[in-house]
Write a protein that binds this ligand. Structure first.
Ligand code: BG6
Length: 502
C-alpha cells in the first residue's frame, strides 16, 4: 500500500473512539497498514525516512501529540501494549475549530511536512466523523483552503473524503450535501459510509443468493410469504444524547443500515461482480421500495420511545424522538410484488439481534393437515449479528410410531465453520477507502431513494405534530418498557395480517 495520511475530524468522538481507532489498530497489528517506520520514500536515492502511514486527529480541545495519544489509549483499551506503543508513534493531533480557518491552515503545514518526510505526495484521506451538522462547514474549509486538492497542483487524485451517516436529515438536505461534495471532489474520491455494507454477513448475502443455485428459483413471490428484518440493541443511547435526540432511530439506522439489508434480500442479480454493477443492483432495489404515503403512515408505521428516554443525558425532557420504529412496506419488482416486508428497529430492547427472516409459504397442510402442521414452516434465518450465520428451519417428522410434525433448524455458523470471529466492519470500510474501492459505499442514487422513503414517513409523523391538526392522534408515540421487544402496537402491525414476529 502507498503511504497515506488519515485525517479524522471529530477525533475524540464516539465513532473515532469506538470504531475508527480500534479498527486502525487491528489493521496495524495484522500488518495491513504496512511497517510503521519503513522507509516509504518513492525515491530511494533521497534517503527519506518518512513513515508508511500517519493518522491525524482533528478536534476542538488543546492537546499535544503525547496527550492525545494517551487519551486515545485510555479510550481504546488496547489488548497489546507493545503493538500499541508502536502504533501511536504514527498518531498526531491538530487542534482546530471546525468553523475557523486556523486549524485547517496548520493542518496543511503538518501534511506538507509528512509529504517531505516521505518524499512524495502521499494519499490524504479526510474522514468526517463529526456530528452531521458540521459536514458542510468542514467541506467548505477543505475547499477554500485547497486541502481537498492534495499536495501540488491538480493532484486531487491523492485525496479522498469519507463521510459518515446520517448523510443529511431528509431528502432535500441529503441532496444539498451531495451537491456540495460534487463541487469539491470527483465521484471517485467520495466514500459515503454505511458500515453495514462492510459487514461480513451482509457481503455474504450476494454470494449466498447468487452462488448457490438452489435459492434463486424460490427467491420470489411464488414461494416467499413475507420477509422480516429485526434490528435490536440492548443498549440505549449511552452518552450520545446530543446526537441521537435530533436524529431518532429512523434516520440513525433505518435510512441506511435497514434499507441496505432489505436491498440485500430484494436485489436482482448484478450483471457482474464489479463495483458499478453491484451498486446498480443495490440502487435498483432501494428505488423499488414503495414509499408509504404520509397519510398512510399511521397505519403502516409504529413509532415508540423507551421508558426513561427523556431523562437520558442531553435529551430534551419533552422529546418526541423515536427510539423504536416498526413498519410494513412492499418492494415493487416482479420478483417481490405482494410480499410484505416487516422491518423493526429499536434501542433498549430485550436482546442484541440483527436478523433477516425469509418466511416461505406454508405447504405442509396439503398432505399433513389432519396431523397438525407447525404454524410457520420454512424460514431462512440470516443472522447478521451476533453469532453470525445462516439457519434454515424445516419441518421434520418426530421419531416414533405416530405421525407428528415439528420444525427443526439446520445451521451454519461462521465461527464454527471458519474457526474465526468475523472482523469488525470498519476494518473493511477503512481498507476499502485506502485502496480506493467504492463497491461497498453508497452512491448518490441509493441515498436519494432511501431518503425519499424515510422523508415520507417523517412527513407522516409531522402531520400529526402540526399545530391544530385534526389528525393529532394519527401517529402516536408509544412508550415501551426497557428490555422488551418494543410497544405492543408493533405486534399488532404484523398481527393484523395474521402473522407474527419471529
Ligand atoms: C450506528 C448507529 O450507525 O450503528 C448506532 O449510529 C448503532 O446507533 C450502530 O448503535 C450499530 O452498529 P453495529 O455495527 O454495532 O451494529
Amino acid at each position: 500500500m502507498s503511504p497515506f495520511v488519515f485525517v479524522i475530524f471529530g477525533a475524540t468522538g464516539d465513532l473515532a473512539r469506538n470504531k475508527l481507532f480500534p479498527a486502525l489498530f487491528k489493521l496495524f497489528k495484522n500488518g495491513q497498514l504496512g511497517d510503521p517506520v519503513r522507509q516509504a520514500s518513492f525515491d530511494k536515492t533521497q534517503d527519506k525516512q518518512g513513515k508508511q502511514f500517519y493518522i491525524i486527529g482533528f478536534a476542538r480541545r488543546p492537546f499535544t501529540n503525547e496527550e492525545f495519544r494517551k487519551l486515545i489509549g485510555e479510550m481504546v483499551h488496547p489488548d497489546d501494549q507493545n503493538a500499541w506503543g508502536e502504533f501511536i508513534q504514527n498518531i498526531y493531533y491538530q487542534q482546530g475549530l471546525f468553523d475557523q480557518e486556523k486549524g485547517y491552515l496548520q493542518l496543511i503545514e503538518k501534511l506538507n511536512t509528512f509529504d517531505q518526510e516521505v518524499g512524495a505526495c502521499i494519499t490524504r484521506v479526510f474522514y468526517l466523523a463529526t456530528q452531521p451538522d458540521n459536514y458542510e462547514t468542514i467541506l467548505g474549509f477543505l475547499q477554500s483552503t485547497k486541502l481537498s486538492e492534495g499536495c501540488g497542483q491538480g493532484s486531487s487524485k491523492w485525496t479522498r473524503v469519507a463521510i459518515e451517516k446520517p448523510f443529511g436529515k431528509d431528502l432535500k438536505t441529503a441532496q444539498m450535501l451531495d451537491k456540495k461534495l460534487a463541487t469539491i471532489f470527483d465521484e471517485k474520491q467520495i466514500f459515503r459510509v454505511d458500515h453495514y455494507l462492510g459487514k461480513e454477513t451482509v457481503q455474504n448475502m450476494i454470494a449466498f443468493r447468487f452462488a448457490n443455485g438452489i435459492f434463486e428459483p424460490v427467491w420470489n413471490n411464488k414461494y416467499i410469504d413475507h420477509v422480516q428484518v429485526t434490528w435490536d440493541e440492548k443498549e440505549g443511547i449511552k452518552d450520545r444524547g446530543d446526537f441521537f435526540d435530533g436524529v431518532g432511530i429512523l434516520r440513525d439506522v433505518a435510512q441506511n443500515h435497514l434499507m441496505q439489508l432489505v436491498a440485500a434480500v430484494s436485489m436482482e442479480q448484478p450483471k457482474s461482480f464489479s463495483k458499478e454493477d453491484v451498486r446498480d443492483a443495490r440502487a435498483g432495489a432501494i428505488k423499488a421500495i414503495e414509499c408509504i404515503n404520509p397519510e398512510d403512515v399511521s397505519s403502516a408505521v409504529v413509532r415508540g420511545q423507551y421508558e426513561g428516554y427523556r431523562h437520558e443525558k442531553d435529551v430534551s425532557p419533552d422529546s418526541t424522538t423515536e427510539t423504536f420504529a416498526a413498519m410494513k412496506f412492499f418492494v415493487n419488482t416482479p420478483r417481490f410484488t405482494g410480499v410484505p416486508f416487516y422491518v423493526r428497529a429499536g434501542k433498549k430492547m430485550a436482546q442484541n439481534l440483527v436478523e433477516i427472516n425469509i418466511v416461505f409459504i406454508q405447504t405442509c397442510h396439503i398432505l399433513f393437515k389432519e396431523y397438525g402442521c407447525p404454524e410457520i414452516g420454512n424460514v431462512l434465518k440470516i443472522r447478521i449479528q451476533p453469532d453470525e450465520g445462516i439457519g434454515m428451519r424445516v419441518i421434520a417428522k418426530r421419531p416414533g410410531g405416530k405421525v407428528a410434525l415439528e420444525t427443526v433448524d439446520m445451521k451454519f455458523s461462521y465461527e464454527d465453520e471458519f474457526g474465526v470471529k468475523v472482523n469488525d466492519a470498519y476494518e473493511k470500510v477503512l481498507m476499502d477507502i485506502l485502496s480506493g474501492d467504492q463497491m461497498l459505499f453508497n452512491r448518490s442514487d441509493e441515498l436519494e431513494s432511501s431518503w425519499e422513503f424515510i422523508t415520507k414517513i417523517l412527513q407522516g409523523w409531522s402531520r400529526e405534530a402540526g399545530s391544530g391538526s385534526a389528525r393529532k392522534n394519527e401517529s402516536p408515540l408509544y412508550v415501551y418498557k426497557q428490555g422488551t421487544w418494543g410497544p405492543a402496537e408493533a405486534n399488532e402491525l404484523i398481527g393484523k395480517d395474521g402473522r407474527k414476529w419471529l
